[in-house]
Design a protein around this ligand. Structure first.
Ligand code: URA
Length: 210
């Protein structure tokens, strides 16, 4: 992907996003919509995956048919809200390998600290798609990408539902080689680090924890 930021303006994505933003949407509805939008965004983020061909027999004749080339892609969820995007991508790409990155923010230094990391083997030969619905300050996203690069990944994309300009700028500075695909570039962060107009706390809304 040549663009650092791609906003998917497809009408279905935008319609579903509006339903997700609405505070009256139920937990179950929010989860379903996130899965559906993620599939549409995943379609976009995988658009340039390399193909090769394989010989198959259709009921009519033999043919050389296109098939994905290379190792299975690695999907990495940034805990915990990233988990809400896993199912959508896995329905589209069932053979993807899955990893997890857990980070918390140190209250004194305000820096992200790793508490969990588990990634599929052979990251350096895979397309790696990191998923987190909310790209807010970008600090934890940038730290998660640091960890993936330390583990060998060199072809990484970042998939999110909403992005704040501050987060996009942070990612561009730290990881200009990582294209971002999102459903919306929102206005700004508020003083508490929430995306405005946003949709609130994505984790709480998808897991019903508030
Ligand atoms: N994380 C969220 O869940 N929501 C925001 O608005 C920002 C970060």
């Amino acid at each position: 992907m040549s663009e650092h930021l791609t906003v998917v303006d497809h009408p279905l994505v935008q319609h579903k996003l509006t339903l997700m933003r609405d505070k009256g949407t139920s937990t179950a509805g929010f989860r379903r919509l996130l899965r559906e939008i993620t599939q549409l965004l995943a379609y976009e983020i995988t658009r340039e995956m390399p193909l090769t061909t394989t010989t198959i027999d259709t009921p009519m004749e033999e043919m050389e048919a296109p098939i994905l080339a290379g190792k299975k892609l690695a999907l990495v969820s940034i805990l915990r809200a990233g988990n809400g995007m896993l199912d959508g991508v896995l329905e589209l790409i069932p053979s993807a390998r899955v990893g997890f990155v857990g980070l918390y923010r140190d209250e004194e230094t305000l820096q992200p600290v790793q508490y969990y990391f588990k990634a599929p083997e052979g990251l350096k030969d895979r397309l790696v798609i990191a998923v987190d619905p909310m790209l807010a300050t970008g600090n934890s996203s940038a730290a998660a990408i640091d960890l993936l690069k330390e583990a060998g990944a060199n072809n990484i994309r970042f998939l999110c539902l909403l992005a704040a300009p501050e987060g996009v700028a942070r990612m561009k500075e730290a990881h200009p080689d990582v294209p971002i695909v999102t459903a919306s570039l929102d206005r700004e962060l508020n003083e508490k680090g929430y995306i405005m107009p946003g949709l609130g706390d994505a984790g709480d809304r998808m897991f019903g924890t508030k």
